[in-house]
Design a protein around this ligand. Structure first.
Ligand SMILES: [Zn+2]
Length: 260
């Protein structure tokens, strides 16, 4: 690629979530409790700043009794420093400095921090907005109104979306985990292709072994999306960052360090 724009990708640690490992690997690891990591990302592009997911809602830390998901028993392990405004502050930014927010999907652990970005334009798949407002009965506990029923501007997407129009930062549809799940493909001048899979691949093993999860909207589409993500590894030798892989997350460079 000639004259590639100077793009930086920051990975931010958003705390953890306690759950049974079998929620991530259907039928396997039943009875094994794990703390899975939560993460979100900032992309600095010459044309603007984009957050990919926003982590937990500040109420998870500050007012858990009055936040629907924690009041109902969701076991977050999130500290004050794990909240998006505080991670941004570590690299000298405020939420107002972010122009665009893309949610991989609208589950509470990925969109909870949306409330901190009320000035931003949100890039969300239309199918995900529809599903969030009236979810299937088996995925109802994953959607919390506070994450998406906000007076913000939603740019409703219906397909893949080239965010800055130069092919460097592209949202791709990877449904299955939820109805409107999307992943982000970032082409960096030095690192090459990085794919932020979010929950379209909980684990690297999800891709390697086509492991469906217990938390899933449509397993058939989930497997199809695994194959789409795997193809980026095969074709472009991409670094595919899964959504909640403890071991993999340890190897990811965290802010204030970044990928260029
Ligand atoms: Zn998640």
């Amino acid at each position: 690629m000639s004259s590639s724009p100077a793009i930086k990708l920051y990975a931010m640690h958003g705390g953890g979530y306690l759950c049974d490992m079998s929620f991530l690997t259907a039928g396997r690891n039943i009875g094994t409790e794990v703390e899975i990591p939560l993460g979100y990302f900032l992309i600095e592009h010459p044309q603007g700043r984009l957050m990919f997911d926003t982590g937990a809602n500040p109420k998870v830390v500050r007012d858990p009794e009055n936040y629907p998901s924690t009041a109902a028993g969701a076991t977050y392990r999130v500290r004050e420093e794990d909240l998006a405004p505080n991670r941004l502050a570590e690299i000298g930014l405020r939420p107002e400095d972010v122009d665009l927010v893309a949610n991989s999907h609208l589950h509470d652990d990925h969109a909870g921090g949306n409330i901190c970005f009320s000035h931003a334009t949100f890039l969300v798949q239309f199918a995900e907005l529809q599903a969030a407002y009236w979810p299937q009965v088996y995925e109802r506990e994953n959607y919390v109104r506070e994450a998406f029923d906000l007076p913000v501007h939603f740019e409703e997407l219906d397909g893949d979306y080239d965010v800055f129009g130069d092919g460097t930062v592209t949202l791709i549809q990877t449904p299955g985990h939820s109805a409107g799940s999307q992943s982000l493909v970032v082409k960096l001048p030095e690192t090459g292709t990085v794919v932020l899979a979010a929950d379209s691949a909980y684990l690297t093993a999800s891709l390697d072994e086509l492991l469906v999860s217990t938390w899933v909207w449509d397993p058939r589409l989930q497997v199809r999306s695994f194959k789409v993500l795997r193809d980026y590894r095969r074709r472009e030798n991409a670094l595919v960052i899964p959504g909640h892989d403890r071991e993999f997350w340890k190897t990811v460079r965290k802010a204030p360090d970044y990928y260029a």
